[in-house]
Design a binder for this molecule. Structure first.
Ligand code: AMP
Ligand code: TRP
Length: 329
């Protein structure tokens, strides 16, 4: 039987935090075993916010190194950079012609980003979800593992696929989300009401994948907790639940098991142990990450191979799309 396809991507916008990791890459590792997987560094999405060329160049290689250091296996998965495969923008244009402005106006991310980048509300920021739909639909993707914040964009991709299929005949697979029970939304350490975010005003909001053990310990020590002393998971305990989620995902122990261990114990001990769990995850990760970053040629080789594989697949789809739309005189 033909393997089902997975597609996901992360923007090269600087150091990732453990929320990004747990919401996306962490899930890719299991998926890559059973699916034909494509993991993309979405650089064209990143430039919807102004970037310095020299930083972007560096960030692209860094995200590729994060994929590799996390355990995305280039033998199993295709790792590539979005701008290296021209078909993404070609398909985005065609999809833009069946997307309504009114639909794009509803996108939360557009509203948030145009509020936070008032000086640069560009057309690319507005059509960002169309390019994302193109990324996904170009490869006949079945499953898209992303965090909760991307659900609305994925829903638009599904709608555009249905619309194109309805108008021009069956062409695109309707992609599904990948339901993660935990980790789709890791919250800020300093404010459990908001998602952990790189653009948070305080670095105490997140643990970066590049934070040193001391920094990790300090940030967790200062992480907010809830009223009451119990270390239990539940709606009335958003801060502790968030910490338990991180503990659970990184240690692979069940929440119930962790709760049991801390009956009668305090936040201090719990946070210190959690810091150990995070450091135990980060230390080998960082070692590999540094090693890959020192070998830029190796990363470039992987990316060149990935782009080659992706281009071959993308061309097949574009031929069909163009023929259906009558762009094949
Ligand atoms: P970005 O850096 O915006 O490209 O996001 C990369 C990935 O991380 C996407 O799949 C997001 O859905 C995911 N993500 C971002 N923030 C969080 C968070 N706080 N919790 C879980 N997943 C997240
Ligand atoms: N928009 C996604 C984010 O901000 C990144 C992204 C771009 C993506 N294209 C994609 C994710 C295709 C999944 C599939 O996180």
């Amino acid at each position: 039987m033909k393997k089902k396809r997975v597609f996901s991507g992360i923007q090269p916008t600087g150091a990732l935090h453990i929320g990004n990791y747990l919401g996306s890459v962490h899930n890719w590792l299991t998926l890559q075993k059973d699916y034909e997987s494509m993991f993309c560094v979405v650089d064209l999405h990143a430039i919807t916010v102004a970037r310095k060329p020299e930083e972007l160049r560096k960030n692209i290689l860094e995200i590729a190194a994060v994929y590799l250091a996390s355990g995305v296996d280039p033998e199993q998965s295709t790792i590539f950079v979005q701008s290296a495969v021209k078909e993404h923008t070609e398909l985005a244009w065609i999809l833009a012609t069946i997307t309504k402005i009114s639909e794009l106006k509803l996108m939360h991310q557009f509203k948030e980003k145009s509020a936070s980048h008032e000086e640069n509300i560009n057309a690319g920021l507005f059509t960002y979800p169309v390019l994302m739909a193109a990324d996904i639909l170009l490869y006949g993707t079945d499953v898209v593992p992303v965090g909760d914040d991307q659900k609305q964009h994925l829903e638009l991709a599904r709608e555009l696929a249905r619309r194109f299929n309805g108008q021009f005949g069956d062409t695109f697979t309707i992609p599904a989300g990948y339901a993660v029970k935990k980790g789709a939304r890791i919250m800020g350490l300093d404010d459990p009401a908001k998602k952990m975010s790189k653009s948070a005003s305080s670095a105490l909001n997140y643990i970066s994948l590049t934070d040193s053990p001391d920094v990790v310990r300090d940030k967790l020590k200062r992480a907010v907790t809830d009223s009451g002393k119990e270390i239990t998971f539940g709606q009335e305990k958003p801060a502790v639940s968030n910490l338990l989620t991180i503990y659970h995902l990184l240690s692979k122990r069940t929440i119930a098991d962790i709760e049991k261990e801390y009956v009668g114990k305090g936040y201090k001990e719990f946070k210190e142990d959690l810091a150990d769990v995070v450091v135990e995850f980060l230390t080998p990760f960082q070692k590999k990450y540094t090693k890959y970053l020192k070998d830029e040629d190796f990363i470039r080789q992987i990316l060149a191979h990935g782009a080659h594989v992706a281009t071959k697949r993308a061309k097949v789809m574009m031929e069909t799309v163009k023929a259906r739309a009558g762009l094949d005189y």
